[in-house]
Design a protein around this ligand. Structure first.
Ligand code: PGA
Length: 242
């Protein structure tokens, strides 16, 4: 695994356009004159993509789409294509978030198609995976991760890829994985992704300014995908070590 630390703010269905502008301004202040900034990515709702952009001539953060269509274009009312979000300034696209899998019934073939569209548009996928509470209690974490990694089967092994381990029981629950849980998942994922190059592994699930330092050091992860705590630019900046 390689590259500098990476912190992704997943705003989900929160923050209006003015709030996104205020966020960008505050984040910019927090970055200030820091010389060593990690890689920062904001994933706002589609409507706020333009507002969440870094207006600095040398942008210090990039943008991610929270979702893209599995289709390149066509009569798919309500869908937004990977090409469209690339045009809107995104560099990354989140695929396979557990909320998409669970609430919108996105299955492995759909996710594989989305990853292919993301690649065709020159974006880098942030592919999310992780087990449920029941799967964890049954000791099936490894089997679940292995099945979810199979979705990447047709994705070229030499392309940059971000994989976010997000155990479902830790998302939005305030109950983050321990650093040793995350370290264990990292070891499993390193083995499953061994044939690839240019992959970075993130942890996600109830990361907060209070637990982030210990989690990052103890897990060996390359960074975080942050939901709730990323809605506050100061929280996000603190987690990112700014
Ligand atoms: P959370 O969400 O940080 O609010 O737990 C993480 C995610 O869903 O990506």
């Amino acid at each position: 695994m390689s590259g500098p630390r990476l912190f992704v703010a997943n705003w989900k269905m929160y923050l209006t356009r003015p709030a996104a502008r205020a966020y960008a301004k505050r984040l910019s202040e927090r970055i200030g004159a820091s010389r060593r900034i990690p890689e920062l990515v904001l994933a706002p709702p589609f409507t706020a993509l333009q507002d969440a952009r870094d207006s600095d001539p040398a942008p210090r953060w990039s943008l991610a789409a929270q979702n893209v269509s599995a289709f390149p274009e066509g009569a798919y009312t309500g869908e937004v294509s990977a090409g469209m979000v690339a045009e809107a300034g995104c560099r990354y696209a989140i695929v396979g978030h557990s909320e998409r899998r669970r609430l919108f019934a996105e299955s492995s073939p759909v996710l594989a198609a989305k990853i292919a569209r993301v690649r065709e548009s020159g974006l880098v996928p942030i592919y999310c995976l992780g087990e449920t509470e029941e799967e964890r209690s049954a000791g099936r974490e490894e089997e679940v991760l292995s099945r979810q990694v199979e979705t990447l089967g047709a994705d070229p092994a030499g392309e940059r890829l971000i994989v976010a381990y997000e155990p479902i029981w830790a998302i939005g629950t305030g109950k983050a994985a321990t650093s040793s849980d995350a370290a264990k998942a990292r070891t499993v994922l390193e083995k499953l992704l061994a044939g690839r190059t240019g992959t970075r592994l993130l942890y996600g699930g109830s990361v907060s300014p209070t637990n982030s330092e210990e989690l990052l050091e103890g897990s060996g992860m390359d960074g975080f995908l942050i939901g709730g705590a990323s809605l506050d630019p100061d929280g996000f900046a603190t987690i990112a070590g700014l």
